[in-house]
Design a protein around this ligand. Sequence first.
Ligand code: G3P
Length: 221
Amino acid sequence: MKFFLDTANVDEIRQALDWGLCDGVTTNPSLVAKEGRKMEDAVKEICDLVGPDRPVSAEVIAVEHDAMIEEALERAAWADNVVVKIPLIPDGVKAIKTCTGMGIPINATLIFSTGQALLAAKAGAAYVSPFVGRQDDIGYDGMEGVEQIAQMLRMYDTLNSEIILASARTVAHVIRGTQCGAHICTLGFDTLQQLFKHPLTDIGLEKFLSDYRKLEEKLGA
Ligand code: G3P
């Protein structure tokens, strides 16, 4: 499973790259707004930082087909590794098809059902992004949808979208994603950090180190 970092914060991306745990980046308008920067400036810097082999998603703001295409062309020109994020609304599905036809890779976003993922995949989206945490927030099991989408995509050679498990908030989301074969998980920095953590690791390390320090003292090292 590839890890994308779901952020527009360059310090977080730098840290994830340093850990060897960043295969790409996804942003959205809220994440860009949080950084208080122009989307173009943020995305260009991120693309430069991660290098040409890691895709970086930049979302359109427009909600009407022709305007979406205009913004998609603009964003695709920012860097070679830009993937344009388009929301799953009727004009969005049409725009996904148009962009795909023009060779612009698309990440279909705001997907909350298997039917929506099917529409995006049929339109040729390179990536479909089902949002898991936001489904859990309203009492559903978001991962159930990802599992269905994974099964659906496996059934058809003609549907070539990769799944980006989005809105991943817990270690359990990530692990269930690996079990159903989600290709990518996009993680906020906090969720990425959660993956490292286990209380027994900390307790075990503390014990190993203190035992060895005692030995060193005894041997007069
Ligand atoms: O970027 C799309 C998605 O991952 C957003 O996640 O945590 O805002 O629901 P979240």
